[in-house]
Design a binder for this molecule. Structure first.
Ligand code: NAD
Ligand code: WQD
Length: 335
């Protein structure tokens, strides 16, 4: 009998790609979402890619009774928890909304799991928990210091989850710290749906290539990096999705109680390198201008992926070219 997986935030960017990978791996899935940052039609697209409809429940994790009833009746073997608000800038403007959604939602989910005897969790964390890294590549034992409300919600929830692991002998958790997920499914059916002006670089560049925005504003060209622009570890969203399938297997196979790993490629690219790679993928000129640094940005941030390779028997397969090609195919489909 196949394992039953509850996926929170499964209509979102990374969740939708993970649902596709889970279905391909033969898991039974229940997807939940409140569509605060996604659209209902994504479910049709997921069905198209999977070849069948994935069971879905419209549910807000802030509703403790609703999530408790859902977990108790579905009785999943594992939960993959993506649902969260994720904009750093918005979290500075609306900290209470972020603490309420990300903390209350996760606490309600953990309580519901505990009530129902569901003991396996994969949690979406972020490289943001490293704050301003002392050195790159970043290993998992680097100092943790979130520097904005969004990052603090991730760090707090990591600690809550570790406390649950300590308190409940049967509970297992995989905490995955994503670096910069980007790209889209190669089918062009699912991808990132930024509401309003994209905060993240790749969707912004894609919208410039599509003629929806006049130019890329490059935040700073005076960083201590080879070309002066910020360096990040961009990882294809399908690689991130596959890491979740690998994490479920790793928890089952190793029996380990808790594992915390980076999800990155280990290779950093500058903003200018991204713009040039996208230009090649799209075959179109991408105008850009250098502007002031964005407050809170660091010069460089890239992962040491060694532990993830060992613990998950997984590694990122796709490079920057594929990220840009797939992001461009998705963007063209949106027009
Ligand atoms: P996303 O916004 O595309 O997906 C999140 C989904 O969760 C959305 O569909 C949203 O509607 C849903 N959701 C939010 N709050 C909910 C609630 N209270 N109840 C039910 N559903 C709710 O984001 P994403 O890029 O797919 O990110 C997924 C996870 O990964 C998030 O936890 C995010 O913080 C984390 N993460 C993302 C990135 C990134 O760059 N995309 C990097 C590091 C970590
Ligand atoms: C990448 C680089 C910018 C936009 C953020 C969150 C992090 C995680 C991933 C959730 C930087 C530059 C960007 C633009 C630019 N999310 N840039 N012009 O800041 O590394 O990480 O998303 O957990 O928590 O902080 O990603 O895509 O915003 O920026 O020059 O219009 O592109 O300065 O160097 P970041 P990003």
């Amino acid at each position: 009998m196949s394992k039953k997986i509850l996926v929170t935030g499964g209509a979102g960017f990374i969740g939708s790609h993970t649902v596709v990978e889970l279905a391909a791996a033969g898991y039974e899935i229940l997807l939940i979402d409140n569509f605060s940052n996604s659209e209902h039609w994504i479910l049709d697209r997921i069905a198209k890619v999977c070849g069948n409809r994935i069971p879905f429940k419209h549910l807000d994790l802030r509703d403790a009774n609703a999530i408790s009833a859902c977990v108790s009746s579905y009785r999943p073997d594992s939960v993959i928890h993506f649902a969260a608000l994720k904009s750093v800038g918005e979290s500075v403007q609306q900290p209470l909304a972020y603490y309420e959604n990300n903390l209350t939602g996760t606490l309600n989910l953990l309580q519901a799991m505990s009530n129902a005897g569901c003991n396996q969790l994969v949690f979406s964390s972020s490289a943001t928990v490293y704050g301003v890294p002392e050195r790159c590549p970043i290993t998992e034992d680097a100092p943790l210091d979130a520097v904005n409300p969004y990052g603090r919600t991730k760090l707090m929830m990591e600690n809550v989850i570790r406390d649950v692991v300590t308190a409940q002998p049967d509970f297992q958790a995989a905490i995955l710290r994503y670096f910069n997920p980007a790209g889209a499914h190669p089918s062009g059916e699912i991808g990132e749906l930024p509401l309003g002006v994209p905060n993240n670089l790749v969707p912004f560049v894609a919208q410039v290539a599509a003629g929806l925005r006049p130019q890329v504003r490059i935040f700073g060209n005076d960083y201590p990096t080879p070309d002066g622009t910020g360096v990040r570890d961009y990882i294809h969203v399908c690689d991130v999705a596959k890491a979740h399938v690998a994490a479920l297997a790793a928890l089952d196979d190793s029996g380990v109680r808790e594992l915390t790993v980076n999800l990155g490629t280990g290779r950093g690219y500058s903003v200018l390198e991204i713009v040039h790679a996208f230009q090649t993928a799209a075959g179109l000129p991408i105008p850009y201008a250098f502007v002031e640094r964005r407050p809170g940005d660091v010069a460089e941030c890239y992962a040491d992926p060694t532990l993830s390779h060992r613990a998950l028997s997984w590694h990122a397969e796709h490079g920057l070219e594929r990220i840009c090609e797939d992001a461009w195919r998705w963007q063209r489909g949106l027009r």
